[in-house]
Design a protein around this ligand. Structure first.
Ligand SMILES: [Fe+2]
Length: 397
């Protein structure tokens, strides 16, 4: 699998600041295969030690039996886009938007994020998308280099094949940009996520204030773009992911044929497969299945596609993403715990599994030597309450 980081560069990763040693004691530690009552010590940005028992050494924090688990790893969030455009056509200044996004994610227990940015614009017609990813990525990297961000950020380029400018926009990125994920997206109406045109109309026409005639024109325009550029864009985006050292993801795969094509492209994980058939094909092909936390919490997809719960029950769910509700990620782990009765398995779906799928091997698990990204979580019944968030050993929420 490709790694999003040149070898050795993690040592110099500038993610937040490191803090004084900290010991969280008398906690229920969610380890890889079991839940253990014990304590965990963070030092120099990493997990220094894990010990069993309910003792609280002098200077340690008594967690009173709270759950302590790894920080969440989020592979696909639209949250940064929401901050730079809080309402349709409202451009918010980028630096405060990035800082607010960073702080919001920290407050929900996310300690590593792959910020999704669309590449591939549409300059004409009613459904226009103007390019923004290159400028926003530079601003994000500048804040990161300055040590202003609380959590660890990577980029996720959402390569929209049904667009005008995909490859020109991708060419403006280089390996230094921490592009960890490239997802291959095709939102041409009448297939995949938008097989149901009525669902697309609800989604896009309301969001963009289109009339019925506008919507018909918009659909025709998108289909024409797919015809003109789709094949070239898809092959080009696969090549660009390789050049950038990014993991490839598929998006909204619906049929076994589409999954076979994804496999041939070298896809590592599948975002939001829309049918049981596609999820089964992914598992058979060794492609990890990622579903949206809101789908899991709401008990179904807002686009009318397969329910994440059904996939979880069928043993076809590997990774959960917060998608468009950051706070849904932690909640989804406890929903999966309810469903499976296995807390380490549920927690892995939002920690180690996404980290591994994105090529990160230093985080996502409570183990000595791993990154000091840790959450303290209380419970009201089955609802998690975050009581502390540490990123690289420093408290961030
Ligand atoms: Fe989609």
């Amino acid at each position: 699998m490709n790694s999003p980081l040149p070898s050795g560069s993690l040592e110099g990763a500038h993610d937040g600041s490191m803090a004084e040693p900290l010991c969280l004691a008398n906690a229920r530690l969610v380890l890889r295969d079991c839940v253990l009552t014990g304590r965990i010590t963070l030092a120099e940005g990493r997990i220094a030690e894990i010990a069993e028992g309910d003792q609280v050494p002098p200077g340690a924090v008594d967690c009173g039996g709270d759950v302590v688990m790894p920080g969440l790893v989020e592979l696909h969030t639209d949250n940064l886009e929401r901050h730079i455009e809080p309402r349709p056509s409202v451009d918010w200044p980028h630096l405060p938007a990035i800082l607010a996004h960073d702080g919001e994610l920290a407050s929900t227990g996310i300690t590593t994020v792959f910020d999704a940015m669309r590449v591939g614009s549409i300059h004409d017609g009613k459904g226009r998308y103007m390019p923004y990813a290159r400028a926003l990525a530079s601003e994000l990297m500048m804040l990161r280099e300055g040590g202003h961000l609380k959590i660890s950020h990577f980029l996720h380029l959402r390569a929209e094949t049904c667009s005008e400018t995909l490859l020109e926009e991708m060419a403006a990125f280089g390996p230094e940009d921490r592009v960890g994920i490239v997802s291959l997206m095709d939102h041409t109406p009448g297939q995949r996520q938008f097989r149901d045109l009525a669902a697309l109309k609800t989604y896009v026409a309301k969001k963009r204030g289109m009339s019925d005639a506008d919507f018909v024109e918009h659909v025709a325009n998108l289909k024409e773009l797919r015809r003109l550029h789709g094949t070239r864009h898809e092959a080009g985006a696969v090549a660009e992911a390789r050049r950038l050292g990014a993991v490839l993801a598929s998006h909204d795969d619906t049929t076994a044929d589409q999954v076979a094509t994804s496999k041939a492209h070298g896809v590592g994980f599948a975002e939001f497969p829309t049918t049981l058939e596609a999820a089964q094909a992914c598992q058979a092909q060794g492609i990890k299945v990622m579903m949206g936390a809101p789908n899991l919490i709401r008990g179904g997809s807002h686009s009318g596609n397969v329910a994440a719960n059904d996939l979880a029950q069928a043993g076809l769910l590997d990774i959960v993403s917060s998608d468009y509700v950051p706070s849904a990620l932690l909640l989804s782990a406890f929903r999966l715990f309810d469903l499976w009765g296995d807390l380490p398995r549920a927690v892995a779906c939002v920690t180690e599994s996404p980290a591994r799928a994105a090529g990160l091997t230093d985080r996502g698990r409570l183990e000595a030597g791993w990154r000091g990204d840790v959450l303290r979580v209380g419970l009201i019944g089955t609802t998690p309450v975050l009581r502390g968030v540490w990123s690289r050993g420093a408290r961030v929420a």
